[in-house]
Each structure stands twice: as C-alpha cells, then as structure tokens.
Design a protein around this ligand. Sequence first.
Ligand code: ADP
Length: 459
Amino acid sequence: MQLTIRGKLSVLYTTILFGLLTGFCVILYSSIAYSLKSKSRNELLTYAHKLSETFDKESQSFSDLPEGDFNANPLYWFRIIRPDGILYHPAPVFSVMPETASIQKIIQSSKVTHWFYDFEDKEQWFSSVVFPINEGLQFSGWVEVVIPVSDEKRTLERIGFLMVSLGLSIVMFLFFSGRFLARKTLAPVEQIRKQVDTIYEKNLSQRIISPNPDDELGQLSGTFNNLLQRLERAFYSQQQFIADASHELKTPLAILRTQWEKLAEQQDLPLDFRVRIQSDVEELARLSNLINNLLLLASTKEIFNLNEFPVINLSELVHSLNDDLLILSESKHQEVVISITENLEVNGDKSRLYQLMLNLADNAVKYTPENGKIVIELTKDNNMAVFSISDTGIGISPEHLPFVFERFYRVEKSRSRQSGGYGLGLAVSKSIAEAHFGTISISSVPGTGTTINVTLPLA
Ligand code: ADP
C-alpha cells in the first residue's frame, strides 16, 4: 500500500514514540517486578536463616522453633527436612499445598546453597526457599519456608494492566495528534500544489506565493519560481521567433504571389506553363495562410484581457460568414442551413473571431462530400453564446479525436495535405476561443459527420 507523506510521517512519529513508550514501560515494569521479588526473597532468607539458627548442635535437635502452623503464624510456614527425608515440624498447611516441591526433589538438591521456587495454588501465589542447614562441617537437613506473594503478584498485574491500557490510549492519541500535526505541517505543500496546478502556457508569468518564504517550502517555491521564469523566457522567445520569422516571410511571399498571379494572366505564355504557375500560386496562397496562422498562434498570448476587447455583434459576424460559406460550398453543391439568434454580443477581436468561424466552416466544406449538408447555429445558453457547426462529412475516428486541436495534427496526412490543410486550423480556432475565455469542443462519428461547438461569454 502506498502511503501519503502525511500517513508516513504519522506512522513514523507514532512508531518511534510507541517504541520509546514500550521500552520505558518494560524497564519500569521489570524493575518493579524485580524489587518486589527481591523483597520477598530477602524476607524468605531472613526467616530461613532465623530457623536454621534454632538448630542445637549439642542435642542435634531444633529448639525454640516458632509455631509453623498457618493459623499460629500467618506470615510464613516452614518445614524441616532431615537428610534422610524425614519431615520435622512441618506446618500442617504443607499437606494441602500439592504444588510444593517434593521431599524427593529436596533431598537430591544442593546441601550447600539455597534455592527458590514459586508456585500457584488455588489462585494464590507463593514463593519458597529451600535452605540447607550447615553447622560448621555438619549438614543437618533443609529448612523450607513458604510465604504468600499474591498481593505482590496482583500489584504487578494491576501495574501491567494500567501500563497496557494507558499505553494503548497514548498510542491512539499520538497517532491522531501525529496526523493532525502532519496535516498542519504539510498544509503549505497543498497550497503550493494548487497554485502550480493553475499555471499554463498562457499564464506563465504567474508566480507561486509561499506562506513563509524563509522555510524549506518557501525555498522550494523560490526554485519553482526561478524555473517558471526560465520557462517563460524560453517560451516567449520561441513565440517571438515564430512571430518574427512569419513576419519576415509574409511580405516576400505576398510579393511573389502577386507577381506570379500577374504572370499566370499573360495570354502569350504557353498554356501548360500558365497552368504550372497557377498551381504554384495556389501553393503560395497556402503558404501565406500557414504563415498567417503561425502569426496568429504566436500572438494570441497578447490578446488576453477581455475588458480591452470592444463589444461586437456576433450575430452579424455569423451572417457575414454565411456569404463566404455559400461561395466555398457552391462548387460541391452542399446544402447550407443557418439559424442565428439575433443581437448576441460578445467582447472580442472581430477579425480573429471571424477567422475562428471561417476555419471551422472551411473544414466542414473540405471534409464533407458533394451534396452533403452543413448546419450552422448561433444560440444563447445562459450567459454564453454558442456557435455550432455540423456537417454530414467523413467524420473523425475516436482514436484521432483527442488530438485534432494539436498544432500540425492531421488525421490523414496525405489527403489533408492535398486539400490544403497544414493541421493548424483547429489549433488556431482553439487558441482564439481560449483567448476570449471561451471553449471549443468536437464530437464526431466516422462516416456520419462532425459537430464543433464554440462557447463565448456574452458581453
Ligand atoms: P487542416 O488544416 O488539415 O484541416 P485542422 O486543424 O483544421 O487542419 O484539422 C485537423 C484535422 O482534423 C484535419 O486534418 C482533419 O482530418 C480533421 N477535421 C477537422 N475538421 C473536420 C471535419 N469537419 N470533418 C472531418 N474531419 C475534420
């Protein structure tokens, strides 16, 4: 599973603190357990020692033994085991504690060092010491002392329970507070991301504003801004280059075209020569068109402020398009149907908007066979003017459709080229629509036809 940085930070933070907390609890618990155990064992040893001192070497017997009965001395019980295994003075309670060590085990154990063991009986806990009695070189048996340690055990259990439940609550708290802290710390990242998301080629001059310019994120924003500056410069110098080159080519091409047009009209030249010149003139016309489009694409960045555009009557513009469209479609005997909602006004550049519509109309004629139909509509939808143009042409297959607005994209390279396109018409139309804060969209069914919708904000 891929965690977000926020998730990673909170997991890391929680894990580290959980580790530290667990370590601390384990150490605390072990030292409490150790000191409780040492206390009870010291107590056992004290009793065992006292008892072993009651051995009288002379009479080879124990004198002054305290009462070993449970009732008589509830603090501890004891029994004395002679080397031959015979019990001496056992507290009666030993007979009802089956978990105590067997006599067999005791007489086989060390005659020099004492040993401890713990056992549980009827949900009560006990600790025991088996202590060898040595008087000088003489070994006289073992004394075993048992004390109840249930209270210590329960205290430990309570501490353990408290630590676990408190630990779990602390971990939960740490996890959620960690998430909260991580969210707070990373909030500026989200702010920066949102700002970067709004930067396109058209607003490359925009810069990222960071809440704190001196922290790491502020520095990152600074780096982004430097990158944007470099990109902006590169982008605009490229645009400028296209604009300059197009501009330089425009005039000589126009001169060439006029001269060759005149030449083509000279009747004294051989016919086949005039035909070749005529075809060159058409090629020159296409080149002029390409250069105009390039100039337009390179300069749409300048037409950016809607308030600077004059108010124009879009309905009238579409009426004038109708005349041009009729001329274009005449040779192909196409039917043109046009429906215009009158007096729709937009803020815009008249010649560029006309260029947009003419590009679309030109395509409709180009890609619709003879006797096909072209429908143009201008309607109003809320505060937008909607210009739509549909044809019954060849259509565009779905795999090409997403790319037709890209520069120099042609669906069927060879055919489009013959019919005069460089693949810039739709790119130019899109650029003009967007410069007017409008949109352009296309839908098409191969073999049935294409519809293009352009929306423009009404004035
Ligand atoms: P071109 O100048 O080659 O027509 P455009 O940018 O205007 O370039 O169009 C891009 C491609 O989209 C064209 O090559 C053509 O294949 C396709 N296209 C555009 N309009 C239509 C249409 N109305 N019907 C079918 N195909 C179209």
